[in-house]
Design a binder for this molecule. Structure first.
Ligand SMILES: [Zn+2]
Ligand SMILES: [Zn+2]
Ligand SMILES: [Zn+2]
Length: 335
């Protein structure tokens, strides 16, 4: 295969006004754009066997990590076939005139969440969700040893029209820079800590427990709640009651406890909104070990209800037709 010409290489470019990095990924372009207007998941699958099902391992043979049970693999981590960020190479930070860029370095791992083709997170038996969470913890621990990386994010999309396969899978992404959203959260948490010497998330959790009306569920270790200023209808956060910035420190017993609330939250969402598409993300502190007192890891769950109207894009202003007190009431009502 001929070497890729330089202008086809992906790179990271920094917006000098918004101070955020954008991944230029020309090698992903044609394929992604060609999918526009295509029918979603099921029709796509008709084109070939599901690459995530047992028996298809040879389609993505390099295993980064795997959890086995009695009969085969239970969770499988492989490199993403079309990674947004590439694991090999140095950062190559450089200037181009007034602009800043670097190589599109990072980790982009594909997690096959479960062998069964049709099982969604809301259906997961607790041992399977526990295994999956333990695997995210293991990947966090492993990736933070790479000094190029600053943050590790877990991302899961369910039922999205842009996802080609119905088989449950997720992504672990490590970045050499703070992703914009996390940078905003970290900066806000840092400022709050500077003023009060307390974690803003710990304070918010105490407040939600006191108020009660936005609480969706809780157990001995975790709280599920609809945030006070939810940007999205039915947005939920799950956070540990005990302060922790690093998801890699999640205790063994706590993984099962977190699994319980995560499955619970998604089952509630499915009941309340007739199985909407949704995204789930893990936000954790910097993997370089900084700001441990200021940040507090949490999972965010956001259903995609087709309500975005361009306002958010145009202005950064969100409007939410379902106040979180109402959302929490409906989510609490039935699972
Ligand atoms: Zn499958
Ligand atoms: Zn905290
Ligand atoms: Zn967050």
């Amino acid at each position: 295969m001929p070497a890729r010409p330089l202008n086809r290489m992906s790179e990271l470019r920094r917006d000098p006004i918004l101070r955020r990095w954008v991944i230029m990924a020309p090698e992903r372009g044609a394929d992604t754009l060609a999918r526009r207007g295509e029918p979603p998941a099921d029709a796509g699958e008709a084109r070939g066997p599901c690459p995530f099902c047992p028996g298809s391992e040879s389609l993505n043979p390099d295993e980064i990590a795997v959890v086995r049970d009695g009969t085969g693999w239970a969770v499988r981590v492989t490199p993403d076939k079309k990674p947004l960020l590439h694991i090999e190479g140095d950062l190559g930070r450089r200037a181009a005139g007034m602009f800043d860029l670097m190589n599109a370095i990072g980790a982009h791992e594909l997690v096959t969440d479960v062998p069964a083709h049709t099982l969604t997170w809301a259906d997961f038996p607790l041992p399977q969700m526990t295994r999956l969470l333990e695997l995210y913890r293991a990947r966090t621990r492993d990736l933070r040893r790479d000094t190029r990386f600053r943050f590790v994010v877990v991302l899961k999309n369910h039922g999205a029209t842009w996802s080609r396969y119905g088989h449950s899978h997720s992504h672990v992404v490590a970045t050499p820079f703070p992703p914009k959203r996390l940078e905003e959260e970290v900066a806000g948490a840092r400022e709050y800590y500077r003023m009060r010497e307390r974690c803003v998330f710990c304070d918010q959790i105490s407040e939600e427990l006191r108020a009660g009306e936005r609480v969706v569920a809780r157990n001995a270790d975790f709280l599920t709640f609809a945030p006070f200023a939810s940007e999205h209808p039915y947005e939920m956060w799950i956070a540990p009651l005990e302060h922790a910035a690093d998801f890699g420190t999640l205790a063994d017993g706590a993984a099962a406890s977190l699994a319980e609330l995560l499955v619970d939250a998604l089952a509630r969402l499915r009941t309340a909104l007739a199985d909407p598409p949704y995204s789930v993300a893990l936000h954790a502190g910097a993997v370089d070990g900084g700001a441990q007192a200021e940040f507090h890891w949490h999972w965010e769950i956001v259903p995609h209800l087709g309500h975005e109207l361009g306002m958010e894009w145009a202005t950064g202003i969100f409007s939410n037709p379902v106040p979180p007190e109402e959302a929490a009431r409906r989510l609490r009502a039935r699972r």
